[in-house]
Design a protein around this ligand. Structure first.
Ligand code: PEP
Ligand code: MN
Length: 283
């Protein structure tokens, strides 16, 4: 057996994230993330306007999405790019959640936004860029909301789990991990979606794991195959970016699926989910 694997398994088993604890199933409204459910999270990269949110929310919900995503605060690589609608975006998410009866996930980038964001978000997303922002992680200990922690672009599996440990230690046990690709020498894809990590994490932790083929690949054509691969290797769900007019999107338009493409992916996942005894549709 590979020694590094033996060592990390022993090390993690002594922590709160460790696999010796009972499996965590995160409740979000009537939905459960983890257990025998395969969760579908979908929506635009960024919340842009009311019209956009109506069209996309209605479409992804009709295709079976359990949770709506959308950034109100966007951590953009360039300061000149669209930074998100901020509070207005949070309000639009809340409106969609109520009108379409769907929980929402949105990213927290600044502790100052936490109180307001928690009023709109059913799940708080911590993005890759903040995976090791320990002050931010600790501030999540006392919020009554589950946290989805995205893996940093250069984070090892151990660093990823230790970041989750910070949140649990601070008092919030409802942590969901998200594999969103890591930076390698490859350039054809946006990142290298590390499905090794998903299978390894299943051995090392009791936390549910979501895979993000949108940021993990950046290539629309391979999102369906990688979504299937995620299901096959034990992930608890996927998150995909969907936009009705990708060419007009204010962020990540090039990797946005159109609603019919998302519907096709969900349809193709269904028989595989059934074969693997994972629930993918609302019951
Ligand atoms: C996102 O999911 O909106 C996002 C910004 O992703 P990441 O933090 O993985 O880059
Ligand atoms: Mn994006």
């Amino acid at each position: 057996m590979r020694q590094e694997y033996v060592d990390i398994k022993a090390k993690m088993s002594r922590l709160k994230v460790g696999a010796l604890q009972p499996k965590t199933v995160v409740r979000v409204g009537n939905h459960r993330i983890g257990g025998d459910t395969f969760t579908l999270i979908a929506g635009p990269c960024a919340v842009e306007n009311l019209d956009q949110m109506h069209v996309i929310t209605q479409a992804v919900k009709a295709s079976g999405a359990h949770i709506l995503r959308g950034g109100a605060y966007k951590p953009r690589t360039s300061p000149y790019n669209f930074q998100g609608l901020g509070e207005e975006g949070l309000e639009l998410l809340k409106e969609m959640s109520l009108q379409y009866d769907i929980p929402v996930i949105t990213e927290l980038v600044d502790i100052q936004h936490l109180e307001k964001l928690a009023l709109s978000a059913d799940i708080i997303q911590i993005g890759s860029r903040n995976m090791q922002n320990y002050a931010l992680l600790q501030a999540l200990g006392q919020v009554e909301r589950p946290i989805m922690l995205k893996r940093g672009i250069a984070a090892t599996i151990e660093e990823f789990l230790l970041a989750a440990e910070y949140i649990i230690n601070a008092g919030n046990p409802n942590v969901i991990l998200c594999e969103r690709g890591i930076r390698t020498y490859e350039t054809v894809t946006r990142n290298t979606l590390d499905l090794n990590a998903v299978a390894i994490l299943k051995q090392l932790t009791h936390l549910p794991i979501i895979v993000d083929p949108s940021h993990g690949t950046g290539v629309k054509e391979i999102m369906g195959p990688m979504a299937k691969a995620a299901l096959a290797c034990g992930a608890d769900g996927i998150m995909l970016e969907v936009h009705h007019q990708p060419e007009k999107a204010l962020s990540d338009g090039a990797q946005a699926l159109i609603p019919t493409e998302f519907a096709t992916i969900v349809k193709e996942l269904s028989p595989l989910a059934h074969a693997l005894q994972r629930k993918i549709h609302h019951v």
